[in-house]
Structures are given as C-alpha cells and as structure tokens.
Design a protein around this ligand. Sequence first.
Ligand SMILES: NC(=O)c1ccc[n+]([C@@H]2O[C@H](COP(=O)([O-])OP(=O)(O)OC[C@H]3O[C@@H](n4cnc5c(N)ncnc54)[C@H](O)[C@@H]3O)[C@@H](O)[C@H]2O)c1
Length: 362
Amino acid sequence: MGQPLTVGIVGCGAISAQYLTTIARLPQVRLVAVADLDPERARAAAEPYEGVEVLDVAELLTDPRIQVVINLTIPAAHAEIALRAIAAGKDVYCEKPLAATGEDARRVLEAAGQAGVRVGCAPDTVLGTGIQTARVAIDEGLIGRPIAATATMMTPGHERWHPDPDFYYVPGGGPLLDMGPYYISSLITMLGPVATVIGAASRTRAKRTIGSGPRQGEAIPVTVDTHVTGVLVHESGVLSTLVMSFDAVATRAPNIEVHGERGSLVVPDPNRFDGPVLLTRLGDQAARELPVSAGYAEAGRGVGLIDFLSEREPRAGGAMAFHVLDVMESLLASAHSGRSVDVESTCERPAAVAFGDPATRE
Ligand SMILES: NC(=O)c1ccc[n+]([C@@H]2O[C@H](COP(=O)([O-])OP(=O)(O)OC[C@H]3O[C@@H](n4cnc5c(N)ncnc54)[C@H](O)[C@@H]3O)[C@@H](O)[C@H]2O)c1
C-alpha cells in the first residue's frame, strides 16, 4: 500500500463521529485535522484521536497536507465549503445532499472540473453489502427483466432526536432532500438513471418542536414539503414509486422492493450498509435470503473515500449526486406544477463493488 490519503473534516456535528470511527479503521486514510464554526465541537471530535489537529475552518481548507476535504456541514453550507476547498486545489467529499440547490451543486461541479479536482458525495451506504448484493442479483437476471420498484421512508420527523434539527425543515432538507438520496441513489445503482418524474407533495404544519437536547421544547419553522410522493420513470422504462415522509407515525412497508418479470427482491434499508436481500421467484412458496455477493463488508460512513486513493472517479461521486439532486428537484417541481417533469441530467451506473474488507482496498 502506498502513502495514505490525507483528509480533513469540516463540520463536527452529529454525523462526524461515524466518519471518525471509519477513518480510524482504514489504514489507507489518515485524518490530519478537523474544524468547525464552533471550535469546542472540533476539539471534542478530535479529542479521542491522537495526532488529529484542531484548526480554523480557513486554515483547514488551505492546509497543504490535506488532499481531500470531508464536508460534514449542514446542507446550506455544503456549496460554500466545497467551493473554498476546490479553490485551494483540494478534492472534496461531501455529505448529502451535494448542495441545498441544484444550481449550487452545478457551480461546485463546474469549479471542480475547471480546477481538475474530484467531488465525492454521500451516501456511500450504497457501496455496502445490502445494495451491492441486490444490484448483482438484478444484473445476473435473478428477477428477470426489472419492471418496477417501491421506495418508502416514513417517520414522524428527525426533530424528535436531533438537537439542532433546523436544517431538516428548510430548503436542502425535508424528507425528500434529507432521506431521498439514500433511496434514489440505491434505485439508480440497481436500475439506472431517471428520465422523467411525476410528483405530489404536502406540508402538515408550519412549525415543529425540538424533542431533545438544550433546545428541547423550542419551535422551529417549516418551509419545505414534509410528505413527498411520486413516480420515477427510469431511462430503462422501470417505474419506481417513492414515498418520503416526516408526517407518518409508523410504517411496515419494506424500505425498497424491486419487481421483475420472474421475481421480486426485498432490498435492505439504504441508510445502512448491510442487511438481508430477500428473493421470491415466480412459483416460490416463500422468500429466501440471498448470500452476500458484493459490497464493502462491515463498512461505515466514509468508505466512499477509498476511491480517492486511485485516479478513478469516486463511485459515491459528484455526477451521481448531481443527478440525484436533479431528480429530487424535478419531483418537487412536478408536485408544485401538477405536470410531469423531464430530468435534464443523467449519470453512469458506477461499477459494482467486489465483496470484501474495505481496509484492504486501494
Ligand atoms: N445526523 C445524522 O444522522 C446524519 C446522517 C447522515 C447524514 N447526515 C448529513 O450530515 C450533514 C451534517 O449533519 P449533522 O446531523 O452532523 O448536523 P449538525 O448540525 O449536528 O452538525 C453540523 C456541524 O457543521 C458545523 N457548520 C455549519 N456550517 C459550517 C460552516 N460554514 N463551516 C464550518 N462548520 C460549519 C456546525 O457548527 C455543526 O457542528 C448534513 O448534510 C446531514 O444531511 C446527517
């Protein structure tokens, strides 16, 4: 193995601990420094990890030791931090969504193209054994020609557990932009890009109440749709039906199902890296669990960084993330206009991930 990939994290909030854990387990990635608008948060994040420095945001973004800036700020800050990192000649790996708007995301990709740097983006959960095993099953024809899929995410809302849930209820958030990337990235990984969308959406209340932490009881404004449904017409002709909601108490619907001419697959939670893939073939009495056949084993958030070790375009990459954001914005545009909307962008299906331990990959 050559020199480790050197990375720095900007944004040390709720999700950062998962990245720190993953990076500590990957010998081919070295965390140089962390930064946050709130230096206390950066200090707390770095504290358990020997040798990780705490820097100002501006210092980290221009630090010559750092090759990839991992952008774990809130969606409204994603584009600004990414553009500053790109201007300093760094590759960027961003939490989802790539930016709060498609327009901002386009600026990020254009700037990266001009600077000759790469953009990666969460979710990298699609590189885990769950979605990758399902993808290979479909590619190998186990369900025959794919016809349709369903994707369902229904919760009462993240304000019950997140101490600073404001960003979930402003542009860049909502159930679609927050959770849609997991589901839509998975559908694209399995079934290819989306050509057209038809949407409908609603918003139940103008305020939400924070349920935990120092701000418990505080009301926050809601300026986005909180129940979004629609149909994604894939370029292949497959029809995926999507329900993303912060307005439902509970659901027993599977996260994702994919139906083909000769079989149906139950696909595990795309917000996780693993989970059982269940196949029922036409005529079977019951579903059977498929053996794991592809994907990073026992992976965690941050494994998408492995692709930055080589010259390849990251599989959890900018082009896919841009298309996902375009699909989501098109769905909302359709919901608001009452008409179907053609999705302007497209992307390649990234290469499948061979099964195995991410710590040994180059
Ligand atoms: N919380 C989760 O479970 C979760 C899961 C998956 C993905 N994500 C994604 O991760 C990102 C961060 O989410 P979170 O829950 O950790 O949010 P958070 O609010 O807990 O943390 C965000 C951190 O970024 C810092 N920050 C904001 N703007 C900044 C700027 N301009 N410069 C430097 N630091 C800045 C804040 O001070 C804060 O510490 C979001 O894009 C979210 O969608 C979160």
